[in-house]
Design a protein around this ligand. Structure first.
Ligand code: AMP
Ligand code: TRP
Length: 344
């Protein structure tokens, strides 16, 4: 059972986060999000959602036949990466209709300009040319996800900071219009590793969609060992022999951060000093990173294989999760509807 109070009997603070069931989940998703969820779940009452409605915002990228399978893959990866289903609530967004219902109320109180200013919207709409209204409203649905559960903290990678800040603004605006309905949330972002860069191009964030197209771009959480190793060994570092973080090229800095975020045995300074002393090149740094990556991925890969071998186990987790999420969301949605003058 989920413990909602800490050892002192005080209610635990609420954590909420999610990943879209699209593309190839990678080591950046693990470091920036999943690892933090698993590490912090003992301190909080946590909910982790597979946000399938968000995946629909780029319809051309979604194969409807494949979406359900991807939802299950992502949920299984949450568990494989260490989220404990007896402690944390894991569920699928579309199984809790309150997300869509609250999103409409919030859409009506969110100024258009706030959404047009979002970096992710500008980047995606620039790239796609023609986009659906859902892409513009994406952060409002995300705000609904967060606000429905009276969330205090949202553990995400650096790229999601702006969306969590928007959710906070949306909560404050709704409260100022209709009274104290929502808890304003805050982002929870780790200091190193919250923005893992592409291995093929260290000036661009490692991304799930690029990872699906370009083999050397990312390390997928389910990549076989040889594939993962090849991607790391092929990482772009540019020429040089500098191992000190501050002096190194962006590609080398990315590898050092990854090493550190994956719990490398040495500090970045000790690592730099040793590699310097040994007169090693960047190939050696890559080999050290590849070893850390394999040590991280091997248990995830094994746990994932065990989870998918027993579909009823995952069904049970998601059914229990959706039930608890619906119970928690219902009173908050009702409060918001009443405040806005609709519903019963
Ligand atoms: P997404 O891949 O956009 O669905 O992101 C899922 C979670 O992983 C979010 O919390 C993101 O902020 C985080 N994330 C995505 N890409 C990276 C990255 N390259 N480095 C660190 N965190 C990331
Ligand atoms: N937009 C997030 C991402 O791409 C996914 C997401 C949807 C999310 N709803 C959320 C993250 C609520 C945290 C909280 O990564």
């Amino acid at each position: 059972m989920t413990a909602t109070t800490g050892p002192d009997g005080a209610p635990k603070r609420r954590v909420f986060s999610g990943v879209q069931p699209t593309g190839k989940l990678h080591i950046g998703n693990y470091v920036g999000a999943l690892a933090v969820w698993a590490r912090e779940q003992h301190r909080f009452d946590s909910l982790f959602c597979v946000v399938d409605l968000h995946a629909l915002t780029v319809p051309e990228a979604v194969d409807p036949g494949g979406l359900r399978a991807k939802v299950r893959e992502v949920a299984a990866l949450y568990v494989a990466a260490g989220v404990d289903p007896d402690r944390s609530t894991i569920f699928v967004q579309s199984e809790v209709p309150a997300h869509s219902e609250l999103a409409w109320l919030l859409t009506c109180t969110t100024p258009l300009g706030w959404l047009q200013r979002m970096t992710q919207f500008k980047a995606k709409s620039g790239r796609l040319g023609s986009v659906g209204t859902g892409l513009l409203c994406y952060p409002v649905l995300q705000a609904a996800d967060i606000l429905l559960y009276e969330t205090d903290l949202v553990p995400v990678g650096e790229d999601q900071r702006q969306h969590v800040e928007l959710a906070r603004d949306v909560a404050l605006r709704f409260n100022s219009l209709f009274g104290e309905v929502f808890v304003p949330p805050e982002a929870m972002i780790r200091s190193g590793g919250a923005r893992v860069m592409g291995l093929d191009d260290p000036t661009a964030k490692m991304s799930k969609s690029t990872g699906e197209r370009a083999p050397g771009h990312s390390v997928g959480l389910l990549d076989p060992p040889a594939v993962a190793r090849k991607a790391i060994m092929g990482a772009r570092t540019d020429s040089g022999r500098e191992f000190r973080y501050d002096e190194a090229t962006p590609g080398v800095r990315n590898l050092i951060e990854l090493y550190e975020a994956l719990g490398g045995a040495e500090s970045r300074d000790a690592l730099a000093e040793r590699l310097d002393r040994e007169g090693k090149g960047y190939g050696h740094l890559k080999a050290e990173v590849a070893e850390r990556v394999e040590a991280t991925l091997a248990p995830i890969r094994e746990a994932y294989a065990r989870i998918v071998a027993d579909p009823a186990y995952l069904d049970g987790i998601l059914a229990r999760g959706a039930e608890r999420a619906r119970d928690l969301a219902a009173p908050v949605l009702r409060r918001a509807q009443r405040a806005a003058g609709v519903g019963t």
